[in-house]
Design a protein around this ligand. Sequence first.
Ligand code: HEC
Ligand code: HEC
Length: 444
Amino acid sequence: MRPGVVRLARCLAVLGAVGALLLLGEVLFTGTVGASSAGESGVGGNALLRQGKQVFRFDTFGDQAFWGDALQLHKAIEGSANGGIGPGVSPKTALAVGLKVDATVIPAKLARAIKAGKVDLNDPKTTLALLKLNAVVGIKGFFNKDGRLGSMGITCALCHSTVDNSFAPGIGRRLDGWPNQDLDVGKIISLAPSVKPFTDLLGVDAATVKKVLLSWGPGKFDAELSMDGKAFRPDGGSAASRIPPAFGLAGVNLATYTGWGTVTYWNAFVANLEMHGQGTFFDPRLDDATRFPVAAKARFGHVHNSPDLITSKLGALHAYQLSLAAPPPPKGYFDPAAAARGEKIFDGKGRCSSCHVPPLYTEPGYNLHTPAETCSDPFIASRSPTGMYRTTPLRGMFAKSKRGFGADGRIPTLLAVVNNYDSCFKLGLTAQEKSDLVQFLKSK
Ligand code: HEC
Ligand code: HEC
């Protein structure tokens, strides 16, 4: 090629790359997928996001074989009056255990009847109607031809979505990525007519399984139980972790409180090993029978299902999750003047930003620390292959503060977090500085 042609070719290649980057930017950062007009017009890249949103909200990856067929949870929902078992799950009960309802798919006539108090919220039949509408966030009903509930599965949205309560408490528009802080996963599983899959896996009796499940409480789940079989902390307390947000993770290196892997690593882990979907998963770290006796025995590090209902969806799921930005706090949630003073302490005397680097609020790069470095309780870290804690990204604080702080919520308030750092790092913060720092954290 002549030099001029080469130059033109290079120039076009660069332009092509810029175009691709712009497209990628649009794909990853439109935030509210579907709400944007581009999202609806079928731009190639946005189709990936739309697919990811579908997967996140509605895909069970075939896990109904576990939650329905094996645990028989759908029978507990139906209740004996509808051909199931026990009293059934009314909408009141469902809301009481923290399940959320997507108001946008409720037909206007039904919505008016609910508002007018003409719908029996104590009748499991109403729950079945809501399931048919696909209105129960994170729960998917599989109905037989005769209209009976034949099985049910769960989706990512069960734990990582909530609603804005715009219709009524627990009923409103979906907020994808927000942790469901009210969801009592353990209590829900304990309603299952059969907990045999758990007794088999853990090698304990049904009464013990139920005791463990009921120890978790709202907004918590123990993802490591079926790896290491540790049902309680050494001091007898609950071993569960707070359900974290799935928003604000773009740019964050390692995921989970203890950095098990990247976001897409963990998505594959959860879909296969926690939701019990049918896919493929590989992690030889789980072969360590000393640390992960349950996982090693069950060969959780070597899962192969055919057909694989998970792997082909991981790309779209990853893209969608990275598109979920952390929400800003509502007006009045913090004192702006105090937060501005607090930011100076965060970056200066408090030394916070040496690890929580703005605007990610975790380290760009390798973001793990030993529990001793931050004077943190070591139990949860000890259950991860890393043995470490990831520097928690601090964004969206208002949406995740209900269950305390730290992986398991054992630190009750932000002031208690700050007090821990004050003594750990010998910072000598005054009461005013501490309170300003708390206001800054609340502003994130
Ligand atoms: C039963 C509740 C539950 C379900 C369902 C669930 N998760 Fe999670 N998720 C958790 C808990 C609890 C953790 C914290 C685990 C830990 O740190 O040990 C977590 C952690 C995460 C994280 C890491 C967040 C961070 O701060 O780094 C991501 C990402 C995530 N989940 C995505 C998903 C996706 C995608 C799905 C569906 C495939 C899913 N989760 C299904 C409960 C759930
Ligand atoms: C050496 C690195 C490091 C420094 C310095 C540091 N942090 Fe952290 N931070 C971490 C790690 C690691 C965690 C997770 C530990 C855990 O969960 O116990 C964490 C967790 C937190 C949390 C809990 C978030 C949640 O949702 O559970 C808050 C709040 C926090 N840090 C604020 C601060 C403030 C304020 C400062 C300065 C006074 C600070 N951090 C200094 C590494 C650091």
